[in-house]
Design a protein around this ligand. Structure first.
Ligand SMILES: Nc1ncnc2c1ncn2[C@@H]1O[C@H](COP(=O)(O)OP(=O)(O)OP(=O)(O)O)[C@@H](O)[C@H]1O
Ligand SMILES: [Mg+2]
Length: 236
């Protein structure tokens, strides 16, 4: 199921804003971005704009940019960009569920779940679980399906085995009419079949194939011969 078909920028990026310095955001402003698969991965170097785009989608869809759902209204700091206010979202229909899960502010989300919404999740003590355990628990229990889910580097919390578990959770969500947009550096996650891979680079945003990604190629080459890389990297 695809709820969010495309993003468009109908207004200009503010003069002097750092947003204009990010090639992927300039590309988005000029050409928009379409979503044609239930699962889209945003990949690219550190600083290429993945979180900026996810945050902007969250704001444009009415979610808390620091993570959570529509009614999560905590705010611990105010670092989200104004991009979300400028975005036009092209939707086929509105998702019934929305959630933005980001590893970096996950602690705030679980604190919020514990304090504010205990009535809804009475048995859950997310702080008693490890980071990765609670991350997967939120996805398996709180993501109801028929939803739009944004995940920012979910692998940061997960072992390779748990990344495989997350692949099956993603598959369950797709089967229950959900759309996911996920930023990731994980060559395991981005193997999800039929996913659209958008690579953010110095030229803008480019659709790519799994085996063409640097993540796939570099990981594969490294694992096939770590000694070769290490000799080169560590050689005085
Ligand atoms: N509030 C801000 N003011 C100025 N620059 C910012 C601000 N927020 C982000 N940036 C810059 O915007 C660029 C994109 O950042 P973003 O967090 O979207 O990258 P990313 O692709 O998610 O990287 P990573 O893989 O490390 O998470 C970075 O160069 C960052 O320094
Ligand atoms: Mg990021």
């Amino acid at each position: 199921m695809i709820y969010l078909n495309a993003l468009r920028l109908d207004k200009d990026l503010p003069e002097g804003s750092y947003l204009k310095e990010i090639p992927a955001i300039r590309y988005l402003a000029e050409s928009g971005l379409s979503f044609s698969s239930p699962v889209t991965f945003l990949i690219g170097e550190n600083g290429s704009g993945k979180s900026t785009i996810l945050e902007a989608i969250a704001v444009a869809m009415g979610m808390n940019p620091e993570g959570g759902s529509r009614h999560f209204s905590f705010s611990t700091y105010d670092s989200h960009s104004e991009l979300g206010e400028l975005l036009t979202t092209v939707k086929s229909t509105s998702p019934r569920d929305l959630f933005f899960l980001r590893a970096e502010s996950f602690y705030n989300v679980s604190t919020y779940i514990e304090r504010e919404v205990k009535d809804y999740y009475p048995d859950d003590d997310y702080h008693a679980l490890s980071h990765g355990e609670s991350f997967l628990k939120i996805i398996s229990q709180r993501f109801y399906g028929n939803g739009l889910y944004l995940l920012d580097e979910p692998e940061a919390a997960l072992s390779p085995q748990r990344c495989l578990n997350l692949l099956s959770l993603i598959h369950d969500l797709v089967s229950s009419n959900s759309q996911l947009i996920i930023s990731t550096h994980s060559p395991i996650l981005m193997a999800y079949p039929g996913a659209c891979l958008y690579e953010l680079n110095e030229e803008g945003i480019k659709k790519t194939d799994y085996r063409e990604t640097e993540h796939y190629r570099l990981t594969k080459e490294f694992l096939e011969a770590p000694e070769r890389f290490l000799r080169y990297l560590l050689d005085e």
